[in-house]
Design a protein around this ligand. Structure first.
Ligand SMILES: Nc1ncnc2c1ncn2[C@@H]1O[C@H](COP(=O)(O)OP(=O)(O)OP(=O)(O)O)[C@@H](O)[C@H]1O
Ligand SMILES: O=P(O)(O)OC[C@H]1O[C@](O)(CO)[C@@H](O)[C@@H]1O
Ligand SMILES: [Mg+2]
Length: 374
């Protein structure tokens, strides 16, 4: 009797809404095409000693499309550090790769679907270089993976941040206060930009645009003059301080530094400079929890089904990519080679400036004229 065809799947890196929807998409379509599905636990860690997996089927993935988190577990620490900082490659040890190869052999894995962000897909990239059959699925609330319009999880994080801004807006008005909201976004300000626009923020501070306190204060004072004696300021955790540097805790080894706290710094400085009441809310991991939005459920399901298609077609080393309205395939290498950051000519940035939202940098009208607006 021939052994069953098997596909592996794992979720790696920071969790986000939609991971379970991808798993379900893979399992439902794989089952229809005659595959068994092996789900590795705690990301890549489950591939090596002690090998840790569970067989996934229609029954144990039933009803998980709207569940946050991941039934397989995930980690952003361990033995599979393939990158340090933004883009410094770290070579995975040869013995580790051999162990993974042995797991593939023993469990008869035809291909592995790796669901992860930039760091996790950099591991998949090295697997591919060593001849391991992998398919990538772009996950991250930060939306900083290039070669795809959206990673799933981003829309859910923006929905969470926008809801928070909506709530802070009304209390800001009641008390005529300045409210600072710190959102996630390690290297890219997509969450801050989209939630800031959607929530009607007055100021958005992101890693890609250098800013200073004078300009932020000016915007708040300008609003005062317009009789809007309240302001909501959205700041990405990865925004650089005006004097340079990130607000982060310490990190050990190749682990990424834990960001957070810039909101408090902005808030204290504004309070001091404006002699006004300022409050700060750090949203943190709230943005990574809870059910996925409808958009993310749909995107994640499409990613799961199309990842399985790529596997059947033996298009290894490729990542599913959303190029509206199609799901296409791009090399994982290309997707992790460059971070997708907010650019000054981004349509969202331009629209925000046209509306008078400040990025804490030069005057909006000045920068729009430079971009050809009159
Ligand atoms: N098993 C592991 N061992 C060591 N590091 C890991 C492991 N799995 C993931 N990581 C690291 O975790 C970090 C986050 O992973 P990833 O990029 O996939 O997620 P993310 O959601 O984009 O989060 P972030 O924005 O924090 O990078 C990366 O630095 C990645 O290299
Ligand atoms: O789970 P941890 O280690 O706190 O990770 C936090 C990081 O993960 C992300 O949420 C991305 O998933 C970043 O925005 C953030 O810096
Ligand atoms: Mg990342």
């Amino acid at each position: 009797m021939s052994s069953p065809k098997r596909v592996g799947v794992l979720t790696s890196g920071g969790d986000c809404p939609g991971l379970n929807a991808v798993i379900r998409g893979v399992v439902k379509s794989a089952t229809r095409f005659g595959y068994e599905v092996v789900g590795f636990r705690r990301g890549y860690e489950g591939l090596v000693d002690p090998v840790d997996y569970m067989m996934l089927d229609r029954k144990n993935t039933l009803g998980i499309i709207n569940q946050g988190g991941t039934i397989l577990g995930s980690t952003n620490k361990g033995r599979f550090s393939a990158r340090k900082g933004v883009d410094q490659r770290v070579e995975l040890p040869k013995e580790l790769i051999q162990e993974v190869k042995s797991t593939f052999r023993v469990l008869n894995i035809e291909g592995l679907i790796c669901i992860g962000g930039d760091g996790s897909l950099a591991v998949a990239e090295q697997f591919e270089e060593h001849g391991l059959p992998v398919i990538g699925v772009p996950k991250t609330i930060d939306n900083d993976l290039s070669s795809t319009a959206f990673s799933f999880g981003f829309d859910s994080a923006v929905a969470c941040a926008t809801d928070a801004i909506d709530r802070l807006y009304t209390t800001a008005i009641s008390h005529e206060r300045v409210m600072v909201v710190e959102v996630m976004g390690r290297h890219a300000g997509w969450i801050a930009l989209h939630a800031g626009i959607a929530g009607g923020a007055g100021v958005i501070l992101i890693p890609e645009i250098p800013w200073n306190f004078e300009n932020v204060c000016q915007k708040i004072l300008e609003r005062d003059r317009e009789n809007k004696r309240f302001s909501v300021i959205v700041v990405a955790e990865g925004a650089h301080l005006p004097e340079g540097g990130l607000v982060a805790g310490t990190s050990s080894g190749n682990a990424q530094a834990r960001l957070g706290g810039i909101g408090d710094i902005v808030s204290h400085e504004l309070e001091h400079r404006l002699n006004r009441e300022v409050r700060c809310v750090i949203l943190g991991h709230l943005q990574r929890g809870g059910p996925p939005t409808n958009f993310d459920r749909c995107l994640a399901t499409m990613y799961g089904a199309h990842a399985l298609r790529l596997l059947i077609q033996k298009k290894f080393g490729m990542m599913v990519s959303y190029q509206p309205p199609m799901i296409r395939a791009v090399p994982i290498k290309e997707a992790v080679g460059k971070l997708a950051q907010v650019t000054l000519d981004n349509s969202g940035v331009e629209a925000a400036r046209a509306l008078g939202i400040s990025f804490g940098d030069i005057d909006s009208r000045e920068s729009l004229s430079a971009l050809g607006w009159r």
